[in-house]
Design a protein around this ligand. Structure first.
Ligand SMILES: [Fe+2]
Length: 415
């Protein structure tokens, strides 16, 4: 069993020594990445400096965090991002037969989530099964930037949270809902920025009074209000009911996909990325954290997969517990428990343990429509997992390329 070396001085030196010319020279002053991203050469020197600065900074607490195949977004909380006007990257560590390879993970563009590393003088790339650099002292600035004011937040509570919601929170927490509101009003600025942001879990005592439940319920009610006219009829009815739909790929085109995504996400089509398909290869792993039943965030999130017609149970199809994208009392009770543990530090896409599985209905494998290439739209706030892939087999699916969180980019759900 390979154990990670926590001597980050070693990694810094290794990285700088094996510095990868990810950006190959195409024009005199420009360097192009897969012909798409033009970056000035001196920016790369700047990136090198940032990396040295990061490792030399006493405040940095670097750690490697495992990321399986096709983990979207490939950015765990507290992932370290290096950016200087150029392409966003992080550092990755790949282990092959006990040997380490340090390289880049692209965090932008069509190759988002791809790690580039050097092996035997060749530049190779990998779609996952690597470690990504995280820093326990690091907050994702971009999340906090989208926070909303207290005034707006309380206005939304007043407008969307029903008396039943309040009673439910009180029932589960055994603390009166008004005490949560009272304490929320008193929070300082730093905490407030996090509470009203898309950060998946916040480490605060307020979760004992139901803060996490309120964040889940409020975002659900805001979403329901936006989709209220679309849920009853039409081809998307089952999506809103079960949390997923399957459609034959031959009957769909890019325009239609965008139309469906705008309907289910309520975002305008210019907020969605263009549809370009990216092949995603997932191999069998002994320990694959995508095999754990989990939810992606505290609010509705939307992903898309295209399955070739041959995907079967041995190829690890997605599994889902239909209908669990809605916050019922069972889910909220579970959320209350887990939000008051420290698990969120490690994994804010909360995992459902085997013990808790019994509380919820059964997982259902999502298989392609018979003999048809199939497109799948999924609300990944429902419980889901990747099925186990049999040894020596690999699963090929298609995902939407780019910085789109696997379907629809996640914006602040309190908006
Ligand atoms: Fe997921």
């Amino acid at each position: 069993m390979f154990t990670l070396n926590n001597n980050f001085k070693f990694y810094k030196n290794y990285f700088l020594k094996n510095y990868i010319p990810l950006f190959s020279k195409r024009e005199k002053n420009y360097i192009s990445v897969e012909n798409e991203f033009l970056i000035l050469k001196n920016k790369i020197q700047q990136q090198k400096k940032d990396i040295i600065f990061f490792f030399n900074n006493k405040k940095s607490h670097p750690r490697w965090r495992f990321s399986s195949y096709d983990t979207i977004p490939p950015l765990p909380p507290k992932a370290v991002i290096f950016r200087k006007k150029g392409k966003k990257i992080s550092l990755g560590l790949k282990i092959i037969n006990g040997k380490e390879f340090v390289g880049y993970i692209s965090l932008q563009g069509n190759d988002m989530g791809t790690m580039y590393y050097r092996k035997n003088k060749k530049i190779l790339n990998s779609n996952g099964n690597y470690f990504i650099l995280v820093d326990d002292n690091y907050e994702i600035e971009k999340d906090i930037k989208s926070s909303i004011t207290k005034k707006k937040f309380f206005y939304k509570i007043k407008k969307f949270i029903t008396q039943e919601d309040k009673d439910l929170i009180t029932h589960i927490t055994k603390v009166k809902f008004q005490y949560l509101i009272r304490d929320l009003k008193k929070t300082d600025k730093d905490l407030w920025l996090k509470i009203s942001s898309p950060i998946r879990w916040i480490d605060t005592k307020l979760n004992k009074k139901g803060l996490h439940l309120l964040r889940c319920l409020l975002t659900q009610r805001i979403y329901e209000n936006k989709i209220s006219k679309k849920t009853k009829e039409g081809e998307l009815r089952n999506f809103f009911k079960d949390g997923y739909i399957l459609l034959p790929f031959e009957k769909i085109n890019k325009k239609l996909i965008k139309k469906i995504l705008t309907k289910i996400s309520t975002y305008k089509s210019n907020m969605l990325s263009d549809i370009k398909w990216k092949k995603s290869v997932v191999k069998h792993l002994k320990k694959d954290n995508q095999n754990d039943v989990h939810i992606d965030s505290f609010h509705n999130t939307f992903k898309v997969w295209v399955y070739p017609k041959n995907i079967n149970k041995t190829l690890g199809p997605l599994h889902i517990i239909p209908g669990t994208h809605k916050n019922d009392i069972k889910k909220l009770k579970w959320l209350f428990k887990i939000s008051n543990s420290k698990i969120g530090y490690k994994e804010p896409s909360f995992r459902l343990t085997n013990n808790n599985m019994k509380i919820f209905p059964k997982l259902v494998p999502i298989l392609p429509i018979k003999n048809k290439k199939t497109i799948i739209f999924v609300n990944t706030y429902a419980f889901h997992k990747r099925g186990k892939i049999k040894h020596n087999l690999k699963r090929i699916t298609y995902r939407i390329a780019g910085d789109n969180d696997g379907g629809v980019k996640r914006y602040n759900p309190f908006y």
